[in-house]
Design a protein around this ligand. Structure first.
Ligand code: SAM
Length: 334
């Protein structure tokens, strides 16, 4: 396997790229977006061909894992064209994994084709298994549609990991049941702390549930054993003796995971963010459009990687009741 030639100032090799293919979503999760979000005009978006070209340059520079996200990646028009194009890098062996983070709403339509393109596992975000609560938290989502999407993905042979944002007073009591449900279906699960990104309608302090507390609650009914299992993401995993499955904790707030960060993100307009929780970025769209060759693009990427920050500085408390970064998660993707 080739080692990435993108090494940041802290010696971290960048081999994981997350690409937000659209900022639009068919849900309006209350902790993620405000109800009346203003989305980018379509003309500002990179075309699918430009996204493919960008991803290909990153792969040539050493990216081994690529995750499409958003917004909701499966609502981008003709998204399967991009997935199919990118799958050539799986076939050539240049890429180890092509995957997606999705809310599941469109999976029923796309699961078989995703599997056909070489996608092997996907993350599906669900915060509750109660249809009314699901509608309340997503504002627009329908749980039964997502469930049909999960069934379609299972039938297509895709391995699913459930992503659940832990929200105080909303789903903390339900997480044991969700864990049993997920593990009972052979799906791993990851719980995530809410991060202060972008203005939302509510108060984040009210929603924030430190996962150290959740873990203590879970340990009253489950035996959790830390395991060294790693995916390319930031989760730390435990094995749950009673269910035989894995549970991941993504704890940007209570335990900063930046020391092992191996990833960068690009937005659907071609901005490269070297850290999810910092504002510094590099405009790759200009570099992309300035010439037909990729030299300028590669140089712009190198200059950006050379200033990848050590980590994020997320804070949620009553005194700091402002987002740490002004952009929503849907801009850079989860
Ligand atoms: N639409 C896709 C989905 O639902 O998974 C991909 C994009 S979504 C922004 C990716 C993940 O980020 C979801 O699991 C979502 O719950 C999570 N997320 C959104 N805003 C968040 C926040 N402020 N803090 C923590 N997680 C957040």
């Amino acid at each position: 396997m080739t080692q990435s030639n993108m090494i940041d100032p802290f010696g971290r090799a960048i081999d994981y790229l997350r690409v937000s293919v659209t900022d639009r979503c068919d849900f309006r999760c209350v902790y993620c977006m405000s109800e009346d979000m203003t989305f980018l005009p379509k003309r500002d978006l990179l075309s699918l061909e430009e996204l493919d070209r960008l991803c290909t340059v990153f792969i040539e520079k050493g990216v081994r894992r690529l995750r499409l996200t958003g917004g909701e990646p499966l609502v981008r028009k003709n998204i399967m064209h991009l997935v199919r194009q990118l799958s050539r890098h799986l076939k050539s062996g240049a890429l180890d994994e092509l995957t997606l983070t999705s809310n599941g709403s469109q999976l029923e339509r796309f699961a078989t084709e995703l599997a056909d393109c070489g996608v092997r596992r996907i993350n599906v975000s669900i915060d509750t298994l109660d249809a009314d609560k699901f509608h309340a938290i997503t504002r627009w989502g329908k749980l039964d549609k997502v469930m049909r999407g999960i069934e379609a993905a299972e039938a297509a042979g895709l391995k699913i990991k459930l992503n659940t944002v832990a929200l105080k007073g909303f789903n903390e009591d339900e997480i044991p049941e969700m864990l049993r449900w997920a593990h009972g279906r052979g799906m791993d699960m990851t719980v995530i702390e809410t991060m202060p990104m972008g203005e939302i309608d509510g108060d984040r302090t009210d929603q924030y549930l430190p996962l150290s507390l959740l873990r203590a609650q879970l340990e009253k009914q489950f035996t959790l054993t830390d395991i060294p299992f790693k995916t390319s993401g930031p989760a730390r995993y435990v094995e749950v003796a009673e269910t035989g499955g894995k549970l991941g904790f993504i704890t940007p707030m209570t335990h900063n995971f930046c020391e092992s960060c191996n990833r960068v993100r690009i937005t659907c307009t071609g901005m490269l963010y070297m850290c999810l929780g910092q504002d510094d970025s590099a405009d790759l769209r200009d570099a992309l459009r300035a010439s037909e060759g990729n030299d300028l693009l590669a140089e712009t990427i190198d200059r950006a990687i050379a200033r990848k920050p050590k980590g994020h500085d997320f804070i949620i408390d009553r005194r700091t009741n402002r987002p740490s970064v002004s952009r929503h998660m849907s801009v850079t993707g989860g």
